[in-house]
Design a protein around this ligand. Structure first.
Ligand code: FAD
Length: 381
């Protein structure tokens, strides 16, 4: 492992690997990425592999657009190859007129930003998702530019693109401390030695608050458990992801035919890291799944796993410089870092390289919490 680097990145998930690649692409190659376990051990390796554009805030719509525009070329650009991108779309379902009205407003916003989404009634919803039950359904919003990307392949592509340009990746290397002198970053301490540097990026997912404590900065990110069930595979029909605010669930079929479904966790305390799959979730998710897709009653569950979101108070990403410590940057707090990886990497790399950023960094800065500028997005579960 190098003992000196221009930039040290903590965390080998979607955020960290994309930042590494985007720095290298901009000519900053004296970069070391440190990962406590392996790439991608965290949320990225446990996610549902979906990306979308239908959000209810300008800040998140813009992150989606910037990211998704890069996915199509990432495999070729890095020489990694196919990333299993399939644009099957998302349908965000509504069971009450009031909720459909909110979606109508979101669609207006999305259209004004160039996102091709539209409202469907219950009959049209059934036409795009033939296995969806229309019981109680009022309609939904739909966009075809969204879909599936294999998150493993995505981070391996970023890793290949970065290491081919000279970036060093170190697995099983835990960051244990950060030296700060005169308000400036000086070095990063690990279980394998110390690296002198004047620039550190914290992309440690739900562990980011602990990294913040190493430099005396409060990063308002807490772990929140999420679980997924996977069914046995059946014929793949490329129907959209079903995202239901009423049920608090998502349901999608992946290209090899398995259905993945997950939900928010009402019974788990925010702040506890826990990777244990539970029976309670299996029962609850199976019921919620069958309610929306009755044919699930005849499918077997073959796997179940748990992961963590690292969430900020407004469920949105925290990006960029931290004013209290010169040379300390963050990229965390987001429940959608896989789909936003392209944008996260681009923005953080542009800022470190001293370039004009593709989107305003103040939208996503950590200072927004002190200044009361939270990102308000009604389209996030
Ligand atoms: C069940 C589930 C389903 C999801 N579905 C989707 C989806 O469909 N689409 C989507 O976009 N998002 C989804 N998400 C959210 C998404 O997975 C996360 O937002 C994303 O993976 C976070 O990426 P990250 O790089 O910020 O963090 P992570 O992927 O968690 O990476 C952080 C890394 O930092 C490392 N680390 C921590 N502390 C240290 C340390 N001290 N030293 C060195 N390394 C350290 C960890 O080992 C970890 O590998 C889902 C999440 C879950 C749990």
């Amino acid at each position: 492992m190098k003992n000196k680097a221009e930039v040290v990145i903590i965390g080998g998930g979607a955020a960290g690997t994309s930042i590494a690649y985007n720095l290298a692409k901009r000519g900053i190659t004296d970069v070391v990425l440190l990962e406590e376990k392996y790439v991608p051990f965290g949320g990225t390796g446990r996610c549902a592999a979906q990306f979308r554009l239908q959000f209810g805030s300008v800040e998140n719509c813009k992150l989606g657009l910037l990211s998704v525009s890069q996915f199509d070329t990432l495999g070729e650009e890095t020489g990694y190859g196919d990333l299993e991108i399939i644009k099957h779309g998302y349908i965000l379902t509504s069971y009450e007129q009031e909720s459909l009205d909110i979606q109508r407003k979101n669609v207006e916003l999305q259209k004004s930003l160039g996102i091709d989404s539209y409202i469907l009634d219950a009959k049209q919803s059934k036409e795009v998702v033939p296995y969806l039950s229309t019981e109680g359904l009022v309609g939904g919003s739909y966009c075809t530019g969204e879909g599936h990307i294999n998150p493993m392949k995505m981070v391996y592509a970023y890793k290949k693109g970065a290491t081919d340009r000279g970036v060093e990746f170190n697995d099983y290397t835990k960051v244990t401390g950060i030296e700060v002198e005169g308000g400036k970053v000086k070095a990063v301490k690990t279980n394998k030695g110390t690296i002198s540097t004047s620039c550190v990026v914290c992309a440690a997912g739900e562990s980011s608050k602990y990294i913040g404590r190493m430099v005396g900065v409060r990063i308002p990110v807490e772990p929140a458990k999420r679980q997924i069930l996977a069914t046995e595979p059946v014929e793949y029909i490329k129907a959209p992801m079903i995202y239901s605010f009423k049920h608090g669930t998502f349901i999608t079929q992946v290209p090899n035919g398995n259905f993945l479904m997950g939900s928010s966790e009402p019974n788990v305390r925010l702040g506890e890291v826990d990777f244990t799959p539970t029976w309670d979730f299996l029962e609850r998710m199976a019921k919620l799944g069958i309610e929306q897709v009755p044919m699930f009653a005849h499918l077997r569950v073959i796997r179940q796993w748990a992961g963590q979101y690292g969430i900020a108070p407004d469920d949105s990403v925290i990006l960029g410089k931290v004013p209290q410590v010169e040379g300390f940057h963050v990229a965390c707090g987001c429940t959608k870092a896989t789909m936003f990886a392209g944008a996260i990497g681009t923005l953080v790399a542009e800022e470190i390289a001293g370039l004009k950023t593709s989107l305003p960094m103040e939208w996503y800065s950590i200072e927004r919490f002190d200044e009361g500028r939270l990102i308000k997005d009604p389209a996030i579960l």
